[in-house]
Ligand binder design. Structure first.
Ligand code: NAP
Ligand code: FE
Length: 376
């Protein structure tokens, strides 16, 4: 049966120099806050491109550069207050998933200074200042969805803010901004994007459109991850056409994955991975990808899961078993956790909605089995 549900109101501007085409979103804007992490926005060249554009148009701006990896709710609240006091009319987020997710929450706190921190997750509808989002990693797809994954300061757990309004007006995808990303982070973020495509493709919420996007992304990412496995040093050769093509393919694929999960959400590798990131410092992409083998194994037990996995794998000219083996192998998460730690890691994420979001729904006992198989 055909299923074509789809919603994504962000204009995608893709390619080298794409920022120039975002100018129309600056009409009637006189004050802007730029939300970034510590270094990468400057390092990759995007910050200079943005400030040059704003200065040429006589737009006043200030930078909020305090966004840490796995951004804290309190940091976003602080950024929102700054943006409100500055009189910002638009937020520009530049960075990986952390600054882009943070920009959405900053835009919400800036739009409504009466909004309490935790109310962000509770209110039915949250107003958000207009945003332009500029990714500097090719992974999360945050620039094209309305998710803002934040870390709650006190509880040290991740919680997702999303509102029908928390989409960017424009996503500026210029692959050159990822050239400065180190090889290890390039692989980790590509793994995250691959997980998005895979978990979206299997989701019971998927539609024909989200599945097309997931397949488009998965094919490109599988090819890129295989190419990187055989020649990771190639990433240094930024003037080489092959590498420029690879960076461009990664960015397009990650964007497609971001749109796909906008329809479907993600599956169980995501919450199980959050604990590895927050309590053991494993980067997000690797933390999710180390569960891909288990995710595939369980979903092969289900008729729909097995059918979709075989279709996806055939499009990648491989098998579900080969994907189940290769993706965790590339992730290289070698962690030893005591039974008490395993219990604690699972307890923190056991309530996530993602478990229901795949054909095979794992039980608490199965989460425990997975952790004890992977982290002895
Ligand atoms: P990130 O946490 O944004 O950045 C990781 C590191 O890479 C930082 O040190 C950052 O530096 C650096 N970096 C970023 N771009 C760079 C560049 N071009 N050159 C050199 N260094 C660069 O990484 P991420 O994997 O993109 O984002 C992960 C976050 O996104 C997690 O919090 C995760 O939960 C969330 N996420 C969101 C979604 C969604 O749909 N919204 C989906 C998946 C994951 P700086 O600190 O200096 O910027
Ligand atoms: Fe992710």
């Amino acid at each position: 049966m055909a299923e074509l549900g789809f919603y994504m109101p962000t204009e995608i501007l893709f390619g080298e120099g794409a920022l120039a085409r975002a100018e129309k979103h600056l009409d009637k804007i006189s004050r802007v806050v730029i939300v970034t992490g510590k270094n990468s926005a400057k390092l990759c060249g995007a910050l200079d491109d943005v400030t040059r554009l704003l200065e040429r148009r006589g737009i006043e701006y200030t930078q909020f550069d305090k966004v840490e990896e796995n951004p804290k709710l309190s940091t976003c609240f602080e950024g929102g207050k700054l943006a409100h006091d500055f009189g910002a009319e638009l937020i520009v987020g530049i960075g990986g998933g952390s600054p882009l997710d943070a920009a959405k929450a900053v835009a919400a706190f800036a739009a409504d200074p009466t909004l309490e921190k935790l109310e962000l997750f509770k209110r039915e509808s949250v107003s958000v200042l207009p945003m332009i989002l500029i990714p500097t990693t090719a992974g999360t797809g945050s620039e094209v969805n309305n998710y803002s994954v934040l870390t709650l300061d006190d509880e040290q757990i991740k919680k997702t803010f999303k509102s029908r309004n928390s989409y960017a007006r424009a996503a500026v995808l210029d692959p050159r901004y990822t050239y400065s990303l180190p090889a290890g982070s390039t692989v980790s973020t590509a793994l995250d994007a691959f997980c998005h495509c895979l978990e979206s493709y299997l989701s019971p919420k998927s539609t024909d459109i989200s599945m097309m996007l997931a397949l488009y992304g998965a094919k490109k990412l599988w090819a890129a991850l295989n190419a990187l496995e055989s020649d990771i040093a190639a990433l240094e050769r930024t003037n080489d056409t092959t590498v420029r093509t690879l960076r461009s393919e990664l960015m397009a694929a990650a964007c497609a994955g971001g749109i796909a999960i906008n329809t479907t959400g993600t599956g169980f590798p995501h919450p199980l991975g959050y604990s590895l990131t927050l309590y053991s410092g494993v980067p997000h992409g690797r933390a999710c990808a180390c569960f891909t083998g288990e995710y595939i194994k369980y979903n092969m037990k289900n008729e729909l899961g097995a059918k979709r996995l075989r279709t996806l794998a055939a499009a990648l000219e491989t098998t579900p078993e080969a994907i189940a083996c290769k993706i965790p192998d590339i992730a290289q998460v070698k962690l030893k956790l005591t039974p008490d730690m395993q219990h604690e890691y699972i307890e923190r994420v056991k309530g996530a909605a993602n478990y229901a979001n795949s054909p095979y729904v794992i039980s608490y006992e199965e989460m425990t089995e997975i952790y004890s198989r992977l982290f002895v």
